[in-house]
Every structure is written in C-alpha cells, then in structure tokens.
Write a protein that binds this ligand. Sequence first.
Ligand code: PHE
Length: 486
Amino acid sequence: MASITTFDTVLFSTLEADKVIENSRTWCATNGWTDHQEIVGLLMSWQSMETIALEFKESSSVVLTEQGIDAVANGSLEYRMFQSIPVEGIQVKEANERHGATAFGAAKSKGWIVVDKGLVKKKDGVVEDTTKNQLLALATLDAKDILALRKAKLVEDRKVSYCRIAQGAKFNIRKKECSDLTAEMLKSGSWSSETFKFNINALGEQPWSGYRHPLSKVKAEFKQIFLDMGFEEMPTGNFVENSFWNFDALFQPQQHPARDAHDTFFLKDPATSHDFTDDYLAKVKKVHAEGDYGSLGWRYDWKLEEAEKNILRTHTTAVSSRMLYKLAQTGFKPKKYFSIDRVFRNESLDATHLAEFHQVEGVIADVNISLSHLIGMFTEFFKRLGITNISFKPAYNPYTEPSMEIFGVHPKLGRVELGNSGLFRPEMLRPMGLPENVTVAAWGLSLERPTMIKYGLDSIRQIFGNDLNISSIESNPICMFPPVRE
Ligand code: PHE
C-alpha cells in the first residue's frame, strides 16, 4: 500500500484535474493499491472534514465460480472427458461416469466424440477447449455466451461496492490535520481554524484531587485583596488567649457582659496565663481603675486574676492588640495589618450563629489619620469585593470611639450589614506606648456571611458542620469577587 502522504497527493491532484473519480475500485487498481477497504477508510476521514464527498455505489460483475476456476486451471470437464478416452473407445456408461453426464453431453454436441454401437470413441484430430478460452476472456463475451456459462455454473454475478469521489465543500481550504494542540495555538487562538487528528470536543477527565472548602476560597480572595492593598498578615495561630490581651488591653472593663461565661469559653487547664510585662500591666490597670491620658477610666477595682483567665479568643482584635503593643515596643512605623481566622463564642446556635466562626480584620495605624481615611479605605476594600455605596451607622464598642457599623449595597441582596469598625480609643493605645499623634482605625467582619452570600447558602451549618454537602465542595465554582467598574 502506498504511504498516506502519497495517497493524499494522488487523491487531491486527481480531483483537482478531473473533479471526480467515478469508481474508487478502478482508481485503486490503476494506482496499484490492492486493499480497497483500507483506501475507503482514508477517504472517509477526508469526507468527515468535508474535503471530499463520497457516494457509495454498487455494481454487479461476472466472476468465475469455483468450478469456473477449476476449468481454467485444469481444462473444462468436457475437454478432460475427451482427453481421457482411449483410442479403442469405452462403454457409454463408463464415459458418463468419468466426468458426468453434462460433460459427456457437451463433448458429444461439440462433435468431439462419437457413439458407435454402445462404444464411445474420440474424433480424430486436435480439439480446442472453447469453454476454457471463454472463461479466460469473460470481458469479450456477449450476453448469450455469459448466459450459457452462468447456466453451466462456471460464472456467477457478484455485487461489488465502490465509491464515487467528488470534491467536498471544503476542498479548497483543506489542511493537514494537527496532531498536537500547543500552548501557542491556544494563546493566539489559531486552534479554532485547525483540524485535529483527535476530538478536541471530548470532555477532559475530571482530575482526582482535593478541593478547597468554600470558606477557604473566600478567605484566599480576601487575603489577596488585603495583600494588593499593602496589608501585612498578623500571626493568628493562638486560639487560646488570656483575658488580658482579648479584653483588658482593649480597655474592655472586667464587668462587661461579653466577659461572662455565657458569652466566652473559659479554659479549665491551664486556667490562667501571664505573658505581659509588669510595666504594661500597671498602665492598663491604671487606665481601667483610675483613668489616665485625660480619660476618667471605668473606675472599678481592676483584678489581675480576671485578666489572667485563659479563654478561647472571642475576636481577632486580641491578635491586633498584641501586634499594636509589639509595634509600639519596636519603634512605631505606619502599618497596615490584616488577619482572617477562627474565633469562639458561647452562643446559642441557630441558622446564622455557631460557637466558632471566622473573622476578617483590618488595622491601619498611622500618624494623624482621621475618619475620612478610614472611610476611604473601606470604600476601596469593599469595592474590590463588588460592594459599593457603603454607609455607616453609629455604634458602640468598648475599645473604639467613634464606632460605626458598615452597610453596603450588594448587587442581589440590596443593603446589607457588612461589619463593625472604629478608631481605637487612646485608653487602649497610650498604655501600649504608641505616640500620642498615632491613630489606629480598624474594622472586622465575619467570613461566613460573605461566603453564604457568594454560594447562595441560607444556613451557616451548610458551610460549617454536619449540613455541609461534601459533593458541593467538588462542584462549586471558584470564588472571584467581581471587580467594580466606574
Ligand atoms: N472585634 C469586633 C467584633 O468582634 C470587630 C471590630 C474590630 C470592631 C475592630 C472595631 C474594630 O465584632
């Protein structure tokens, strides 16, 4: 068989010159290709690209039967019967038995043998095996001769399929099929005008891998927004915190209801810890008990035992207080910090509350920054989440003044509460040792709420806990907050 490239060249040049190839079999024979079936396979792949058009046809032709083949090889039966008769002749009965009555009849009617008084004798002279000669030259015979050969079962009709080959609709734009889909083709888009040896529409196999939890996807998105805006991540690994860093350092009085066992989880073992300097402790104690830096303080009997109690941190602002203290100790520089991690509250559980959840927190510490800086920062931060038109409502936090709840317009849900914010009070910042002209703005929001909104879930238990649908983790889309265009 000719190589495929030769085949293509012959095919296209023939079709270019003659427009059609009437009979694929004769065309194959002319080119010396013996396997017609294989050629039809090649033709069909070009047809699938509409390079050529095929029409399947059938013709019937006269071919030798097994008997016919035998006659060509060994002579016709009447000839063999004639040859076998000895000069002295044989009995009619025996002559009939040797090659059959038909052969006997044929030899007789051709005048090759004569029957004389029950004895069969050969005619004198050389005879010609006309049947064999006819079988060798079937194409030259007329219908009458063919009919006689067909009756004698020496030939038969056989149906033969073949194709008529014509130029297809895309004959002039035919291309070599590509065996590779390359990165360059994808980049330039040239793949769309190529034809491929393989099916580019086949669906790829689903990669078997781990999947990111929706919370972790939203967390990664938040993290990217903070990083893009120049924030540094705070270390949030310590779920266990003492009350000092979680409450006292934040100027949250020891009688505050949030510090009650109804709201906070206290640790039994170890029940206490003490990781703050005496100097800082004294300043915190003073500002709570007596007031300082121009503040009257809360005015109560501040107790060290209360501050030493270990708890599961109730907010990530505990981490912020540690970081701001450290910043004051190492020499103040303007900083932007963020954290996203777990916090714990002794809540009664319902569709929107769990005893543990995640907080997203941002902190900006700079010289003489004001509320308008904070509003500018919020506007940019939430714009990157796809939320515009933010507004504020006055609120209360023991550690911020002013304090503001933040609201924004969500494209689907309308006006929604986003989080809580404010400027940390001097009673919190000054004991740490931060310079007087330093202002620290901060805000916090839950990670679960935007995740529920993003993935259309109406219960927090569907992201955290038993109601989580594991297969949804495989199938839910990647998280990308829409960029807002002005
Ligand atoms: N810590 C507050 C909360 O738990 C959020 C907050 C952070 C408020 C920073 C003001 C400043 O809800």
